[in-house]
Design a protein around this ligand. Structure first.
Ligand SMILES: C[S@@+](CC[C@H](N)C(=O)[O-])C[C@H]1O[C@@H](n2cnc3c(N)ncnc32)[C@H](O)[C@@H]1O
Length: 506
């Protein structure tokens, strides 16, 4: 019990913070913690740390205030192309492999920088992809940066950096991808800026994967220098959810000091040129450990811009981005059979899905769906979700259409239908579909939120605001801990926070 009295207030505070935020301060880090505690106390208007801790003990601290404490206790330290070796391997091996796998079919790549801080990591990947994919305008690239610190997110969105953020990079990066801002700062060019979306997300509290927040079917999930602040137990819980967010071919990237967290977990370690990466299935990854020691031109001591191969990039025109939704869809046979039975198989598939084993879930659900001639709507819906979480939006779309054929009145199916269209970049169709959802259930908060996000993305700020306001007023009816319908686990409190963060840092 936190009292703030006596000399063990540091122990009390570290226990409290671990409980509320998952952040972990063992005794050897108490000096750091005490220094931070002093600045937190000042921020909250207290002259001494002990009175502040006593105030916390009174239980009056809101979730928002706890997050402000978390801001102080975590380090906002990052820079472009941090951990050179990791980016070398991505550039020379892992990204080219993925490009090869996708270039003749879906042409999508999805990246998530979780704990993105001020955005350098996310922008580094954007630059790397620009360099590696000459016809990038033909691809659908999604790069998401999330953090719980809204000040960092605001800086990430502005995209203006001091030379310190380029401490290990060669000059050509600044020359090619930044323009000078004032005397000593550099602003990222719009072509890279527009490839990245930043959003609020607390890794300890928020639900993922979710189509709504874009945290699904991730090919490269960066969570570097973040998990080390958490207790082992919290870090492992987060990793278990990351497992569900990545595709079967996807990778989880931690920093080299964090690899000890993943012991005896579902993810498999793959060692490439001295760097450990993680993925779900080892059997799907047979690439030889190629020698990537060759010089990497992103770094100061390496090649300059005129030595680099020339790429011709056509700037993406939003309307021109190709998407993957087909004209035709799967048609259910008319002679339907009853849906009874098969419960065990459905239960097993649900279990696979919940554990993030989407490939296994898909096999079982395909059996169920075809056995029932497409009339098992629940199985088709779960199959749609499994495909979407694997990054196969085409099949996901087919399956949700199938579910809707059997059950036209199901609001969740309609909502998922719209969300898939949104994820596939079909914004006009998605808007229409979300409006249909509101026609069926005008109070569905997540639909208002989704419409607001689309409108904001296509530059209709004023209209977006209207839908954000609708969402906020509907959220008033909920307790913060209520899980919202059709949200894949997002609570009312968190959605409020996401909306306020978006509006706050514009
Ligand atoms: C040291 S930075 C890492 C930045 C970048 N990933 C890198 O490796 O350079 C740690 C970031 O984790 C964020 N963070 C800490 N706890 C978090 C949480 N619970 N949810 C989301 N982000 C969190 C911090 O706000 C901070 O921006």
């Amino acid at each position: 019990m936190l009292t703030g009295f006596g000399n063990n207030y540091l122990q009390e505070f570290s226990d409290y913070i671990a409980l509320e935020t998952g952040l972990f301060f063992p005794e050897e880090r108490w000096n750091d913690m005490e220094r931070n505690l002093r600045s937190i106390s000042k921020d909250f208007g207290y002259n001494d740390v002990k009175s502040f801790v006593r105030w916390i003990a009174s239980g009056k601290c809101s979730k928002e205030q706890i997050e402000i404490m978390a801001h102080h206790l975590t380090v906002g330290e990052t820079y472009f192309f941090r951990e050179k070796n990791c980016f070398e391997i991505l550039r020379k091996q892992l990204i080219p492999e993925l490009i090869k796998l996708r270039e003749n079919n879906i042409r999508t790549i999805r990246i998530w920088s979780a704990g993105c801080c001020t955005g350098e990591e996310a922008y580094s990947v954007a630059i790397l992809l620009k360099e590696l994919i000459p016809d990038i305008h033909r691809w659908s690239i999604s790069i998401l940066g999330t953090d719980l610190n809204t000040k960092f997110l605001k800086k990430a969105e502005r995209g203006i950096y001091s030379v310190w953020s380029f401490r290990e990079n060669s000059d050509w990066i600044q020359e090619k991808y930044f323009k000078k801002h004032g005397h000593n700062e550099f602003e990222i060019i719009p072509a890279i800026r527009n490839m990245v979306k930043f959003s609020y997300l607390n890794l300890v509290e928020d639900a993922f994967p979710s189509l709504l927040t874009g945290t699904h079917s991730i090919d490269f999930l960066f969570c570097r220098n973040v998990l080390m602040y958490f207790s082992n137990e919290t870090a492992r819980k987060i990793i278990n959810r990351f497992y569900k967010s990545i595709t079967d071919e996807g990778w989880l990237l931690l920093s080299s000091v964090e690899t000890n967290i993943i012991r005896d977990m579902q993810l498999n370690a793959v060692m490439i040129s001295g760097q450990t990466f993680y993925r779900k299935n080892l059997e799907k990854y047979h690439a030889a450990d190629s020698n990537v020691a060759e010089s990497f031109p992103f770094y100061t001591d390496e090649a300059k811009v005129d030595e680099l191969p020339v790429f011709h990039f056509i700037e993406e025109a939003k309307d021109n981005v190709e998407t993957i939704i087909p004209e035709g869809i799967v048609h259910a046979k008319k002679e339907a059979v009853p849906v009874d039975g098969d419960k065990e198989l459905y239960r097993e598939a649900t279990e696979d899905f919940e554990q993030g084993n989407y490939g296994k879930a898909i096999e079982k659900l395909q059996t169920l769906v075809s056995k029932n001639h497409g009339r098992n709507a629940a199985a088709a819906m779960l199959l749609a979700k499994s495909y979407a979480n694997q990054g196969n939006l085409l099949e996901a779309y087919n399956m949700i259409e199938l579910a809707l054929k059997t059950d036209r009145t199901n609001v969740e199916y309609h909502f998922y239908h719209a969300t898939i269209l949104q994820a596939a970049g079909k914004m006009t169709e998605a808007l229409e579909s979300f409006r249909k959802v509101l026609f069926l259930d005008h109070d569905l908060v997540v639909a208002h939120f989704a419409i607001a996000s689309i409108l904001q993305n296509i530059g209709k700020q004023k209209e977006a605001q209207k839908y954000y306001n609708n969402s906020l007023s509907l959220l008033e009816k909920y307790d913060d801990d209520d899980v919202l319908t059709a949200s894949e686990g997002i609570t009312a409190g968190r959605l409020k926070k996401i909306i306020l963060a978006v509006n706050h840092h514009k």
